[in-house]
Design a protein around this ligand. Structure first.
Ligand SMILES: Nc1nc2c(c(=O)[nH]1)N(C=O)[C@@H](CNc1ccc(C(=O)N[C@@H](CCC(=O)O)C(=O)O)cc1)CN2
Ligand SMILES: Nc1nc2c(ncn2[C@@H]2O[C@H](COP(=O)(O)OP(=O)(O)OP(=O)(O)O)[C@@H](O)[C@H]2O)c(=O)[nH]1
Ligand SMILES: [Mg+2]
Length: 461
């Protein structure tokens, strides 16, 4: 495929040791040669592939020196995009890198869209869609485990499985064809019928196995969305600070201190948590606080785990009971905080409300009970079976949805066979499953979806 030559700054904006302006496309080398001057006058077009060259970036209009650089020349197809790629390594300063970018743009390159380099790698067939998505997951990974899941997916682990399943479906479809072609031969029909059921069942089982990894996979990729709730002043922000081992959230003795939702990523004994501190939930007149409280209710709905904090030295209130009501049916750990103060809470009542869910006593002030809480979080989600290394996880919501749809299509096919439906109906269901799996790796996806997926990438990636 042939595209125009794109460019972008591929490193973060700010001061650093080095910053990279990247180019990709047929004209990449020619454009770079327009602005690059090597000491001995050697042109990049004469350079061997995958070599790096010292020199200066020159404004071709004025012949003034703009920057001192190292330029990498990488010729397609053995490159990130499969096209010719140039990387100009500048001094890492905002003016420097923007100056080089501007000269490259003036010399015929087009500013890349976010994710367009990776999109080229996809369009040119180096990687499929799930691998491209993994590139982004890798950048966004907040924990070691999340990164490993992304690396595996980038390596094509999920793609390989999806391709294998699609192949199985194709073979199943072939059996359906035989059925359609030779309806008059009873014995052929008998045999193909059985094979059909066997193969479809096999695919369904494999999909189910993958889907079983999805809740852990999603947690590994996004972090376990953990929301701290409780009445004002019970110690929610103190709890966040204790878990992240840093003073991230403001703690004061004034009820209503936290006005907004605060998010932090932490690793609790290997469990990646996206920890959310909320404004204490209470009926309030303060408009700013009220917006905070509204948001608290909102994040509650999307939580995987709730840490419900109560005050040991205060009686249970109607508001506390309402909180229990609000998190009914969710994974909850109840934390009784401020155990260093005199008891006022009725623990029998707490037990009743807890209804078998874990209760942990803490004094965040005295730094007591955090260990117990961490243990509780760990045992709740990973009962010692968190897999490492070579496990394939389904971690992306888009993939999970498509897998679920594909499973349903296979089930419909199997029901159809069972009910003696005409074979062409079965064929339709199987074809649909084949297409749904194809969407995961980017076969048979609409261009607008592709654009939308890549637009979520960073600029220069
Ligand atoms: N300077 C620099 N560092 C970088 C990148 C980059 O683009 N530039 N990458 C950007 O994300 C990552 C490396 N990812 C890459 C992935 C594939 C290929 C590549 O050329 N693949 C070819 C040839 C492989 C080979 O030589 O065997 C291929 O798969 O066909 C290059 C980089 C991280 N570091
Ligand atoms: N004695 C004692 N005080 C604590 C403990 N944990 C927190 N506190 C204090 O309780 C007060 C409130 O703590 P925060 O963490 O700000 O409470 P919060 O639940 O985030 O409060 P809001 O954001 O206002 O809803 C602060 O003065 C803390 O120092 C504890 O275990 N014992
Ligand atoms: Mg707070």
């Amino acid at each position: 495929m042939e595209f125009d030559t794109i460019t972008a700054i591929s490193t973060p904006m700010g001061e650093g040791a080095i910053a990279i302006v990247r180019l990709s496309g047929d004209e990449a080398v020619a454009i770079a040669d327009r602005v690059f001057a090597a000491p001995a006058g050697k042109k990049l077009k004469d350079a061997a592939s995958h070599t790096i060259h010292y020199g200066h970036i020159i404004d071709p209009e004025t012949n003034e020196v703009a920057e001192e650089v190292m330029v990498s020349v990488m010729r397609g197809p053995k490159t990130f995009t499969r096209e010719d790629v140039i990387e100009i390594n500048c001094h890492g300063g905002l003016v420097s890198v923007n100056r080089v970018l501007q000269l490259v743009l003036n010399s015929g390159a087009r500013m890349a869209e976010p994710g367009e380099f990776t999109k080229r790698a996809f369009m040119n067939g180096r990687i499929d869609l799930s691998q491209a998505e993994a590139v982004m997951d890798l950048i966004r990974a907040k924990t070691d485990k999340a990164m490993n899941v992304a690396l595996g997916q980038m390596d094509g682990r999920l793609s390989k499985l999806v391709r294998k399943l699609r192949q199985e479906i194709l073979e199943t479809l072939a059996h359906v064809e035989v059925n359609i072609d030779y309806p008059e031969y009873d014995d052929v029909e008998e045999m193909t019928h059985q094979m059909l059921v066997e193969k479809a069942t096999y695919v369904k089982t494999e999909i189910e196995k993958l889907l079983q990894t999805s809740s852990q996979g999603k947690i590994l990729r996004e972090g376990l969305s953990t929301v701290i709730i409780g009445r004002p002043n019970v110690g929610k922000s103190s709890l966040l600070n204790s878990l992240v081992h840093e003073n991230k959230a403001i703690v004061t003795d004034i009820p209503g201190t936290t006005r907004d939702v605060i998010e932090e990523y932490v690793n609790v004994r290997g469990v990646p948590l996206k920890l959310v501190d909320t404004a204490g939930i209470r009926e309030t007149e303060d408009i700013v606080e009220r917006i905070g409280v509204e948001r608290s209710r909102q994040v509650l709905k999307e939580a995987d785990l709730i840490l419900l904090v109560l005050n040991y030295s205060d009686e249970l209130t109607f508001e506390d009971e309402q909180l229990f009501e609000a998190v009914k049916g969710m994974d909850v750990i109840i934390i009784i905080n401020k155990t260093d103060l005199p008891q006022a809470i009725d623990m029998d009542k707490v037990s009743l409300l807890a209804n078998g869910r874990p209760v942990v006593a803490t004094s965040l002030k005295e730094e007591e009970g955090i260990d117990k809480l961490e243990e509780s979080i760990q045992s709740l989600f990973f009962k010692g079976d968190i897999q490492s290394g070579d496990m394939t996880y389904l971690s992306n919501t888009r993939h999970i949805a498509l897998m679920t749809q594909a499973k349903r299509s296979i089930e419909e096919a199997l029901n159809g066979i069972d009910a003696g439906m005409p074979v062409d109906m079965v064929q339709i269901d199987l074809t649909r499953a084949w297409e749904q799996l194809g969407e995961i790796i980017g076969d048979s996806v609409h261009e607008s979806l592709i654009d939308q997926l890549f637009s979520q990438f960073c600029l220069g990636k």
